[in-house]
Design a protein around this ligand. Structure first.
Ligand SMILES: NC(=O)c1ccc[n+]([C@@H]2O[C@H](COP(=O)([O-])OP(=O)(O)OC[C@H]3O[C@@H](n4cnc5c(N)ncnc54)[C@H](O)[C@@H]3O)[C@@H](O)[C@H]2O)c1
Length: 247
């Protein structure tokens, strides 16, 4: 018996790092997976990996900030699997500059993808879940960056703060339909957002746990939030950060 037996899970940004680990873990717990990612090669590779471990996976290519792409993804998933039970929102892009150096167009792009993209997948998948009539679970990714000032970032941090608020609003508005919404705020995990290379040296004194996290350690918390084990949890953002937030 898997914890997600018979569930259909959409993993947005499932092509890499945390989304990849979550796709594989959710499949190993019995879910059928649909990856939504803008990079076809990544989505196809993870789809193959899930199949190799005996799971079922499809992918749809598109961009989260484009409403037509989001609607197309939902239509394709429903056509293929018949429904959607779980949404996990992993897609994001980040800035690496202080406000005074950040180009306005770059600022708009980061808010567009990281904040508005999360909003659109939430809105339209929730609409689909409401239509189905028997609930669902939505898990968003915020970040530890939402809770601290940072010298080298601003747009990403703002978007991640907005996701904390979005998650609470959705929890309140969607509970009447049996849809639970929660979020995770990771500390540094695997490769940095948008990074291609996994961190070799994970050691850091800034964390109670003494090291940075592995993508699988975010995936296991996402699994908890998506499963019935978290049936009494609404609107929370869990700080899954090796204790970085308590030091
Ligand atoms: N990795 C970390 O250290 C860390 C820390 C805090 C929070 N987070 C959050 O966790 C989530 C996952 O992070 P990650 O490190 O796995 O990210 P990542 O950059 O490794 O992977 C993101 C995936 O999303 C896809 N993507 C990017 N923009 C897209 C778009 N516009 N439309 C569709 N797909 C798009 C990419 O192709 C990629 O496959 C993100 O929301 C991130 O902000 C990560």
């Amino acid at each position: 018996m898997g914890r997600l037996d018979g569930k259909i899970a959409v993993i947005v940004g499932g092509g890499r790092n945390i989304g990849r680990a979550s796709s594989k873990l959710f499949a190993s717990e019995g879910a059928k997976i649909a990856i939504f990612d803008m990079e076809e090669s990544r989505a196809a590779a993870v789809t193959e990996e899930v199949a190799e471990q005996g799971g079922e996976c499809m992918y749809v290519v598109g961009e989260v900030q484009k409403v037509d792409d989001v609607k197309n993804m939902i239509a394709k998933v429903v056509e293929h699997y018949g429904r959607i039970d779980i949404l996990l929102n992993c897609a994001a892009i980040s800035d690496r500059k202080p406000m005074l150096e950040l180009d306005d167009e770059d600022y708009r792009k980061i808010i567009e993808v990281t904040q508005n993209g999360t909003y659109f997948t939430c809105k339209y998948v929730a609409e689909q879940m409401v239509k189905q009539g028997d609930g669902g679970a939505i898990v968003n990714f915020s970040s530890g960056s939402a809770f601290n000032g940072n010298k080298q970032r601003v747009a990403y941090d703002m978007a991640k703060g907005a996701i904390v608020t979005l998650t609470m609003d959705m929890a309140v508005q969607l509970a009447q339909y049996g849809i639970r919404t929660n979020a995770i705020a990771p500390g540094i995990t695997g490769s940095q957002v948008g990074g291609m290379i996994a961190m070799e040296d994970r050691s850091t004194n800034n964390l109670v746990g003494g090291r940075a996290g592995y993508p699988e350690e975010q995936a296991s918390v996402a699994l908890f939030l998506a499963s019935d084990d978290a049936r009494h949890l609404y609107g929370q953002t869990l700080r899954n950060d090796g204790g970085g937030s308590v030091l």
